[in-house]
Write a protein of this length. Structure first.
Length: 156
């Protein structure tokens, strides 16, 4: 089992992926994606892509080594490109990444959840990260995520 802190990083990435799907819903192409809501959706998606890259850097190297299907270097490289060269981000590339690569990433991240140590804690003043994700109306309906939520609820 891997350290519990990995759970937060993985769930943050999963939440970001779901938000990317929401912000690009009903968008047919990169031009529409870029122009939608006066570029607010495009800009929000760039931040979420940056978050995914940043959180992926924090996941333990040993855990990442078990999931070689995920192009970890490309994910962190995209983060660096967005953070340091924001004006040159091509909406076609961002849209393509969101539409074509996150389903597989999401599946692999969900598999990773079972390898992370999960310590049951009850803290009524602050909901756990999973509760925050669920309350944001994301669609994380996988059995692994549901199990994590139900484990917490049954203890608390």
């Amino acid at each position: 089992m891997y350290e519990r802190k990995n759970l937060t990083y993985i769930l943050t990435i999963l939440e970001s992926i779901e938000k990317l799907y929401i912000y690009t819903k009903d968008t047919e192409n990169a031009d529409e994606f870029y122009a939608k809501n006066e570029q607010m959706n495009f800009n929000a998606c760039q931040i979420l892509l940056l978050v995914i890259g940043e959180e992926s850097k924090k996941i333990s190297d040993a855990l990442k080594a078990e999931h070689t299907k995920i192009p970890w270097n490309l994910i962190s490289g995209l983060r660096n490109r967005i953070a340091h060269d924001y004006r040159s981000i091509d909406p076609n590339i961002s849209f393509d990444i969101i539409q074509n690569y996150f389903a597989e990433l999401k599946d692999e991240l969900i598999l990773m959840l079972d390898k992370v140590e999960y310590e049951r804690e009850c803290n009524r003043s602050h909901p756990p990260p999973q509760k925050a994700i669920a309350s944001n109306e994301t669609n994380l309906s996988s059995p692994s995520v549901k199990n994590k939520l139900s484990e917490h609820d049954s203890v608390c």
